[in-house]
Design a protein around this ligand. Sequence first.
Ligand SMILES: Nc1ncnc2c1ncn2[C@@H]1O[C@H](COP(=O)(O)OP(=O)(O)O)[C@@H](O)[C@H]1O
Ligand SMILES: [Mg+2]
Length: 591
Amino acid sequence: MGKIWRVSGPLIIADGMRGTQVYEVVEIGDEGLVGEVIGLEGERAVIQAHEETLGLRAGEEVRATGRILSAELGPGLMGSIYDGLQKSLLAMIDSSGAFIRRGIQAPALPRDRRWAFTPSVKIGDTVEFGDIIGTVPETPLVEHRIMVPYGVKGRVTEIHEGEFTVEETIAVLQCKADKRELSLMQDWPVRKPRPYRSRRTPSGLLTTGMRILDYMFPLALGGKAAVPGGFGTGKTVTQQQLVRWAETDLNIYIGCGERGNEMADVLHSFRQLKEPRSGRPLQEKEIFIANTSNMPVVAREAGIFVGVTMAEYYRDMGYDVLLVADSTSRWAEAMREMGGRLEEMPGEEGFPSYLGSRLSGFYERAGRVDCLGAPDRVGSVTIAGAVSPPGADFSEPVTQHTLRIVGALFSLDTALANKRHFPAINWLSSHSQYVTAVRDWWNRFDPGWETTRAEAQRILQKESELEEIVRLVGPESLPDDDKLLLLVARMIREDFLQQSAFSEADTFCTPKKAGLMLKAILRFHEKARSLLDAAVPYETIRSSPVVARIARMKEIRNETFEEKYPSLREAIDSVLQPDAAGAPDPSRAEE
Ligand SMILES: Nc1ncnc2c1ncn2[C@@H]1O[C@H](COP(=O)(O)OP(=O)(O)O)[C@@H](O)[C@H]1O
Ligand SMILES: [Mg+2]
């Protein structure tokens, strides 16, 4: 047992700590605050405290635990709200009132609740790490598959069906020399990635319902994306949209170092939401980690790793899991603060030199894998992390390191947000490496997706080139086909890419509708070009009523879009007939 020698914010130096290990968890002071040894020199340990250290004094005890920072895994995770140390915030509020005290014990998994366990193995079977031995209906949306814990292999000598708490014995294995009792619960050291059999490439679209993401910058299951943006550009709204609509089996939302009232808003709005496909409460497939800016900074890192460990655990059951973290910059700031106190040699902008490796250690835990154990299954963890560069300056270290790691970039743009173009995702600076990974997926809904996407990108690219000329000499000097291109580019931006998260009809767009919307715009372009060829003036085309009809496409509901599309297409075709150009507009009758 050691004693505190010095306290400096979250950093504690303790003497008498021989025998402890780096990353070992210690309990500090009378209240038993959670800390982690991060350095050892002889008897002296450098400890980072994950809880508020105010009032701790030299001479108070530090107790080694022999454990490393671990997450509790088992039924009861879904629907929970945790702090960075996986203490249940709801349980804490119950036991200590609305004011949350430090040091308080609030186990991650409720100890008194019983779960109905149905075994899937029988006496005599030999099982090992990763094998599924039975299931528990954790929530109506998530079936919890109970897996043999790490390092265990043996023959089943007892297996029980019925209702159990997470601590009671559900099975007994005869291992080599000894017996091993299994319960519904296990734990895992959070800094260590959970193993899998083999890695696959990301594949299939992580549907978000946001056209600019799904269609233009797709995120594949098992992929990694960064969402950088200045203040108020839509990082939080974008991540909420992902979690709300993603067709994943379950999601993990890590609120990391953002303001408490914003996190409270997020939690509050999620409590009202329904899972879109089943109509069940969305929280039945969500886990929240709420680690706000007023909580101890060191716990931000713990929260990130606790979150990704839970994600891997459900992946190992064979699920597709989405994890979002808002914001990874606040975690990096915590690293900088600790580095400063440790008087480490700072790297760029005061961040520690291991910033990049720590960030990639987190993102690399995304992936689509063949899981260990029987039966065969494939699971995935997809990660989307927000980055909050100060002053929206993307050249700063956290953004730059993140960009080197991720496969998709959703670049939020202050100028677009100021113009209230939402989602304020810049179509020229964003990118995705997952186009091949989702090609087959898209072709089922929108044959030729890749070509349509490339054509839209070409038009937007051309627009940005023409903008320079327009700035210099005005739009009037452009040839008609360039004027038309600018009109079509505007349609793509305003009538396709722009999409309000708060519009009932438009907040979620099915792939079918997205594909048809863009096809309508490109068809307009094609028909209009042939009009120009037939010497119809550009003005006639621009003032055609189909332009307004295209602008209203997004208000048409997903369910009826396909049925209404032919009439829109007909309108585009007939109005834009060379011989009809001057004639009365037949589509006007139905307006
Ligand atoms: N997709 C969107 N649709 C509609 N409005 C949006 C969208 N994204 C952002 N906004 C608007 O921008 C505001 C700020 O977004 P927010 O996500 O809180 O920014 P950040 O987290 O980057 O600071 C929101 O309150 C909302 O009014
Ligand atoms: Mg935010």
